[in-house]
Ligand binder design. Structure first.
Ligand SMILES: [Zn+2]
Length: 477
């Protein structure tokens, strides 16, 4: 691909903002001084306000956030994209939940049946397409449930056709973090299991008990809906998946001599798949509701007669996770960092670009909904792009844009998979920001935000995050 120099500006915005917050001045492009820190501060203050109730996808708070950003795009002088005169793109979603009274599961071994208790031993990720679902079969442990083409394979040497596969949450440490985040995502592992002929998928989550499962339950169950009515999620599963908490995992392994610690130890040395000798039976009922959420978007047309038909997309997710358990009496998850900050920077970039001499390429500014539900707003966008997808030459994504302390280094997640890596490196050099390696490889951050939806669709992408270098090495938020 050709080099979209515009990436410099996103980095510049971050670098400049850091300067204005007290870092020693660096030689930045003087044009960037049009960006005012109060633009960003004011946007964050609004987006993170109690009134927006944590910007839960599809709820009034997130819709207000989308309208607020759309208004900023319009006021900045962006043009609407074809078909979206109000700077808002409707994203049709389906949310699926479990009908507890009609949902049950049990294990059996040597004719002895062991019932599993919903929300204690197991949680259910509902099928987004069915009212009812059921499966039954022998349980085969398939390690992490990961197959890397030409590499690591948990399905080597086991036949799971017509069987139920049980796998740990996560992936093998021997697979590099970015690839692990991709091949060990819940959706990829589900598709892998079905491809191998499994009739049921069980994810083992023994470590934190059902808490992680409940957290997942808050985020998952959403998919975007295509015109034919089918639901899609690039991150979570489409079909039914059971999640066994600690007590459920114990019941599966009971009497077999296997333990969670022992299985993890074997897996550290390589695939360790085997039949558990247990059978699992499940039946469940689901309810579905339709929600229409919105992405905010606008375009600044380029000046070059040829290059204006190419687009760089700056993106940030405007949604957060809503309302939860009160902390110090406050139940609103404000999401000032995640991701009012990134959204505010994208809005500020739109304003800055619009007031400067126009670039040759066209620039789309995009604030997406549904990121916390499995990068749904961005995945919908790349499947229903307002311009031809192959005309989008790059995506620069901001998530968790941390603007509360000096930025000394940045990680360009995903940049290594395209020529954007070289662009980012030269931008960092100009700004005096050190390029950093991923400081948290175990978190597989690469595959956890909206640039990943673009990259899955073949668009070069990157996400910028501060690295490990901080004044005192501490995170303070
Ligand atoms: Zn985020």
């Amino acid at each position: 691909m050709r080099t979209p120099l515009l990436v410099l500006t996103a980095v510049g915005a971050l670098g400049l903002t850091a300067d204005l917050l007290g870092q020693p001045a660096r030689k930045v492009d003087p044009r960037l001084s049009v960006i005012r820190p109060e633009w960003i501060a004011a946007s964050i203050r609004y987006l993170a306000d109690d009134a927006l109730r944590g910007r839960e996808t599809g709820q009034p708070g997130a819709e207000l956030a989308a309208k607020y950003v759309a208004a900023q795009f319009e006021a900045a002088g962006l043009q609407p994209l074809d078909g979206f005169p109000n700077y808002l793109m409707p994203v049709p979603l389906r949310h699926s939940t479990v009908v507890a009274a009609e949902t049950r599961a049990s294990l059996s071994r040597s004719g002895v049946q062991v019932p599993l208790t919903l929300d204690v031993d197991f949680l259910v990720h509902p099928d987004k397409r069915l009212e009812r679902d059921a499966f039954e079969g022998e349980v085969v442990f398939v390690g992490w449930g990961v197959t890397v083409p030409g590499g690591y394979d948990d399905y080597q040497g086991v036949d799971v056709r017509g069987k139920v596969v049980a796998m740990f949450f996560g992936g093998p440490a021997s697979v590099p973090p970015d690839e692990r985040g991709h091949f060990a995502s819940l959706a990829m592992k589900e598709a892998n299991a079905r491809r191998h002929g499994a009739v049921g998928v069980v994810t083992l989550m023994p470590a934190p008990g059902p808490q992680l499962g409940r957290q997942l339950g808050q985020l998952e169950g959403f998919g975007w809906v295509d015109p034919a009515g089918a639901a899609h999620s690039p991150f979570f599963e489409t079909g039914t998946t059971l999640r066994l908490a600690a007590t459920g995992t114990d019941k599966l392994l009971e009497g077999t001599g296997a333990t969670v610690a022992g299985l993890l130890e074997r897996l550290a040395r390589g695939p360790a798949s085997y039949s558990t000798g247990a059978r699992l039976a499940f039946e469940g009922a689901y309810r579905h509701r339709s929600v229409v959420a919105h992405n905010a978007l606008g375009v600044l047309p380029g000046t070059d007669p040829v290059l204006k038909r190419e687009y760089v997309v700056y993106s940030a997710h405007l949604d957060h996770v809503g309302v939860g358990q009160p902390v110090d009496g406050d139940s609103v998850h404000h999401g000032a960092v995640d991701n009012a900050g990134g959204t505010a920077v994208v809005a500020a970039l739109a304003r800055a670009f619009a007031s400067l001499p126009r670039p040759k390429r066209s620039v789309i500014f995009l604030a997406v909904t549904g990121e916390e539900k499995g990068i749904l707003g961005s995945d919908y966008f790349v499947h229903h792009p307002p311009v031809p997808l192959d005309a989008i030459v790059a995506n620069v994504n901001l998530d968790n844009a941390v603007l509360i302390e000096p930025i000394r280094d940045l990680v360009a997640y995903g940049a290594g998979y395209s020529t954007l890596g070289a662009v980012a490196r030269s931008a960092f050099a100009r700004l005096g920001v050190a390029p950093s390696e991923d400081p948290l490889p175990e978190m597989t951050i690469f595959s956890r935000s909206d640039h990943y939806a673009f990259m899955r669709a073949g668009v070069p992408g990157l996400m910028l995050l501060p690295g490990a270098a901080r004044r005192d090495g501490q995170r303070r938020w």
